[in-house]
Design a protein around this ligand. Structure first.
Ligand code: GLU
Length: 308
């Protein structure tokens, strides 16, 4: 069976699992998503690409932007600076957890793949204000995806901004504990809300995943976007905490670095071999695409993708 047929077959086998999930509703605009959607795009290191299902549909990147935020922070400041400010241990807690006890909050308690760490990451991007930081992040996203048309979904952004009070609480906690220096927390949050609201499709995620898989190089060129050391840094964090508090289970079932988002996207990185983009907005209780994970699990078994 060729790759095209394999993807078609797996997609049809996995589509029924969309019924087991729910479209995110806590951001009102996301509730408009269609539960039955499921798409996949695979970009291989030989330059070939394969796709099936709803791979052309656009959705907001949500937390899949977190590795891009991390990359931009690394590119702007270097590893030591970033590492000193935001830790790398898996929190084992939900993405929006308020990770504070009566002990002082320290950089070791957060990581870039949960909201608190990602909000901190927004302040590490260079730019004279939130808007300039966001524009630089958008440019990096376009460069990684090889798609200059990628843009902000204004409706989702406004919906996030209006309802994102838990993220506001996280931002002010970071400020309270001296973990962000910016005076204007709302401006930092604005950059975060916009970052989550970048509109992409499965092909974009596969291309971004591919650059991480090839350790910084764009497909079919020698053009380097970032140093290979940053790919090692980001991929390691994706493997340990990219799938929220389902990262251990995902490592056992699929076994590749990956990042999910509540818009239904999953970006998977198969080092040296391929980038994979998934779209399936019906989510499990942890915020991961139910059918998307099934699809990756099947593909990983068929193609021996696990790195473990
Ligand atoms: N914008 C979302 C939030 O911060 C992103 C969450 C996610 O995809 O995990 O609530």
């Amino acid at each position: 069976m060729d790759m095209e047929e394999l993807l078609e077959q797996l997609l049809e086998e996995c589509r029924p699992y969309t019924q087991e999930g729910k479209v995110a509703t806590y951001i009102p605009e996301l509730a408009k998503g269609n539960r039955e959607d499921l798409g996949i795009y695979v970009l291989r290191s030989d330059g070939r690409h394969y796709q099936a299902g709803d791979y052309k549909k656009r959705f907001t990147i949500q937390s899949v932007v977190k590795p891009i935020l991390l990359l931009q922070a690394l590119m702007d400041n270097g590893k030591d600076f970033v590492r000193a400010r935001v830790g790398v241990e898996a929190t084992g807690k939900p993405f929006d957890a308020i990770n504070v006890t009566d002990q002082t909050l320290l950089s070791e308690h957060i990581n870039p793949m949960v909201n608190m760490g990602a909000i901190a990451m927004c302040t590490l991007i260079k730019g004279k204000n939130g808007e300039e930081r966001f524009q630089r992040l958008l440019e990096l996203t376009r460069a990684l995806a090889g798609d200059p048309e990628i843009a902000l979904d204004e409706a989702v952004y406004l919906s996030e901004k209006r309802t994102g009070n838990k993220n506001r609480a996280l931002g002010f906690l970071l400020k309270t504990y001296g973990m962000i220096e910016d005076d204007d927390v709302e401006e930092v949050l604005d950059c975060y809300f916009k970052a989550c609201s970048i509109s992409v499709n499965s092909k974009n995620l596969a291309n971004i995943g591919y650059v991480l898989a090839s350790r910084g190089k764009r497909p079919q060129t020698e053009e380097r976007i970032f140093p290979s050391a940053y790919a090692h840094y980001v991929n390691a964090i994706l493997a340990t905490c990219g799938m929220y508090d389902g990262s251990g289970d995902f490592a056992v079932k699929v076994g590749v670095p990956a990042k999910s988002g509540v818009g239904g996207g999953i970006m998977a990185v198969v080092p040296t071999r391929m980038g994979i983009g998934i779209f399936g907005p019906a989510l499990d209780g942890k915020g991961n695409s139910v059918a998307g994970i099934r699809l990756l699990e099947q593909l990983s078994q068929q193609m021996y993708l696990s790195i473990f």
